[in-house]
Design a binder for this molecule. Structure first.
Ligand code: NAP
Length: 244
């Protein structure tokens, strides 16, 4: 039977590439967006034109009620959610001493509360199905920390802790919970970098380049597949050797 994936924040960047990759690999795909409506609708229409099975859904993952509605409507449309990819995120570069309380809360709300909301709404359904995959997008900065991104690094490290704990709890229900921790990937999120900063980062990457969203997406596809059924609680870092 055809499987269904829900990808948070799939209007742009890595999430959009994950949506495309799963659609091309015979999944029903729920494209979630918050602000980028045109991009989400364009992605949906391109995938529908190519004959794939997709649906677009606006929900702010920080809001429990919106997430509940998205999960319930998705299950109603496709009959199941087999894979949840907690991908939505924001970044911000600021000195630690300048981060406001609101900025701190927003960073945690999008990455941690959003992941909590989506995972908790989908988990009962996966538990009763006795199978499922939850894949959380962390970052190398959650593994090693980034200067001037203390709130982002904290949130991304929290995603790793959440993944490991939930993997232990849901393992007996045959639900695998893993993390993909990308290195520097070419998306809007890195558009703040100037040419000099980009070349420093490339020099620090043994493979001497940034990653592409598709390279993250292919690893998410693998970890969602039956080939990866014995992998849980792991952090798979797609980073060109930036962190070894
Ligand atoms: P991006 O291009 O900036 O896209 C971010 C996505 O998150 C957008 O689709 C955005 O949707 C969505 N989003 C933000 N707030 C949301 C909310 N409240 N509710 C629902 N969706 C929301 O970023 P990206 O580079 O693809 O990053 C994707 C993930 O990978 C993030 O978790 C990021 O931290 C992680 N990551 C990225 C890199 C990198 O180098 N790019 C490296 C490591 C990890 P709208 O535009 O529709 O609001």
């Amino acid at each position: 039977m055809k499987k269904t994936v829900l990808i948070t924040g799939s209007s742009r960047g890595i999430g959009s590439s994950i949506a495309e990759t799963f659609a091309q690999n015979n999944y029903n795909v729920i494209i979630n967006y918050f602000k980028s409506e045109k991009k989400a609708l364009d992605l949906e229409s391109n995938l529908l034109k190519a004959g794939y099975s997709v649906m677009v859904y606006k929900a702010d993952i920080r809001k429990r009620k919106e997430v509940e509605a998205m999960v319930n409507d998705s299950i109603q449309k496709f009959g199941s959610i087999d894979v949840l990819v907690n991908n939505a995120g924001i970044s911000q570069q600021k000195l630690f001493t300048d981060i406001t309380e609101d900025e701190w809360d927003n960073m945690m709300n999008i990455h941690i509360k959003g992941m909590f909301n989506c995972s908790q709404c989908v988990a009962p359904h996966m538990i009763s199905n006795k199978k499922g995959k939850i894949i959380n997008i962390s970052s190398i900065w959650g593994m090693v920390g980034a200067s001037c991104e203390v709130h982002y690094s904290t949130a991304k490290a929290g995603i790793i802790g959440f993944t490991k704990a939930l993997a232990k709890e849901l393992g007996p229900s045959n639900i695998q919970v893993n993390c993909i921790a990308p290195g520097i990937i070419e998306t809007d999120m890195n558009s703040f970098l100037n040419e000099e900063e980009k070349s420093w980062l490339v020099e620090d990457t043994p493979l001497m380049r940034f990653g592409k969203p598709e390279e993250v997406a292919e690893n998410v596809l693998y970890i969602a597949s039956e080939k990866a059924d014995f992998i849980t609680g792991q952090v798979i870092s797609v980073n060109g050797g930036f962190v070894i």
